[in-house]
Design a protein around this ligand. Structure first.
Ligand SMILES: NC(=O)c1ccc[n+]([C@@H]2O[C@H](COP(=O)([O-])OP(=O)(O)OC[C@H]3O[C@@H](n4cnc5c(N)ncnc54)[C@H](O)[C@@H]3O)[C@@H](O)[C@H]2O)c1
Length: 291
């Protein structure tokens, strides 16, 4: 049986999700809904799927699952409409621009008895999967602490204002890229039950959109993660997750992308350190294991 997908929002990320659906033999692209007729038509070209500018027409297309890839302040109403129509939902991050909106989406999924997933795609990057496997196989021993970091060089990188203006985005660097690091900290630590931190708006001065945030997370066993996210990273997107254990450590990282793109990185022997070659865009840039 093929899963019948509809996609809401045919922009940058919606287009990537549409390409993935088209490439997967277990999935079928049935309809695309966008406020822009041209964008919806471009997205379905050559697929036989329906291009919709009307939400009801889209939801009446016999869908099993919907991908929500619109600006963040629209996620809540669109997820609620999709659950009311009986579909499963993959919603892009952040789930909503407000805590209440997120809670409402979770409640609607439970009420409808449908699956809700959030677009935390970093978990599936080859470098993160490698780190996860090293931890699961006990290569580094018991986890003693974690560091997560993600930054880029600021708001001039965004293509639309909604991406960094708080009423639509829900916040600054934390909602934009830090949220992936919060997710990875939870992925490796389990539930986080204590958070202490601070944030500032001293670089870009956008009201309600922090450009730096630093925090300490703790799980119920007292294992800590240090967290940092910034829109003040010089020279491009840089990110890492480092997991330390009592027998070694494993790091999955992008060095600053703009420096690395022209380079070719080669494999090291699979002993003390391993490098995974790949494009930064598919998440397979660099992994280090030291035991
Ligand atoms: N998972 C990731 O790593 C990742 C990366 C970047 C962005 N995102 C998330 O993906 C989502 C979309 O971001 P994007 O960069 O693709 O945005 P985008 O601006 O490129 O695309 C948004 C699309 O939504 C459409 N749209 C806007 N309002 C609409 C409405 N009322 N009804 C129907 N369609 C509407 C626009 O016409 C546009 O085609 C956001 O939640 C963003 O945070 C996720």
């Amino acid at each position: 049986m093929r899963i019948r997908f509809g996609v809401i929002g045919a922009g940058k990320i919606g287009s990537l999700r549409i390409a993935t659906i088209k490439a997967n033999p277990s999935a079928e692209l049935v309809a695309v809904f966008d406020q822009s007729k041209a964008a919806a038509e471009r997205a379905v070209a050559g697929t036989g799927a329906k291009a919709c500018t009307d939400l009801k027409e889209f939801l009446d297309s016999g869908l099993d699952a919907v991908v929500v890839a619109t600006p963040c302040h629209l996620h809540e109403e669109l997820c609620l409409a999709a659950f009311a129509a009986g579909t499963h939902v993959l919603c892009e991050k952040p789930l909503s621009n407000t805590v209440e909106g997120s809670a409402n989406i979770v409640a609607a999924a439970k009420k409808a008895g449908r699956i809700l997933a959030v677009g935390f795609n970093l978990r599936y990057y080859p470098m993160v999967k490698f780190a996860s496997k090293a931890v699961d196989e006990g290569l580094i021993g018991n986890v003693t602490h974690i560091r997560v970091y993600c930054g880029h060089d600021g708001i001039h990188k965004f293509h639309s204002d909604w991406e960094y203006k708080m009423p639509e985005s829900g916040g600054g660097a934390m909602m934009d890229i830090g949220i992936h690091m919060t997710d990875l900290a939870r992925y490796f630590l389990g539930e986080i039950t204590s958070v202490y931190g601070s944030m500032s708006e001293s670089v870009w001065h956008v009201d309600g959109s922090e450009d730096n945030a630093i925090a300490i997370f703790k799980n119920p066993d007292g294992i800590v993660a240090s967290y940092q996210t910034t829109w003040d990273e010089w020279k491009g997107y840089k990110s890492y997750v480092e997991i330390y254990g009592d027998n070694g450590m494993v790091r999955a990282a992008y060095a600053p992308m703009s420096n690395l793109l022209p380079l070719t990185i080669s494999f090291l022997p699979l002993t003390a350190a391993e490098s995974i070659v790949g494009s930064p865009w598919d998440g397979g840039l660099m992994v280090t294991l030291a035991v």
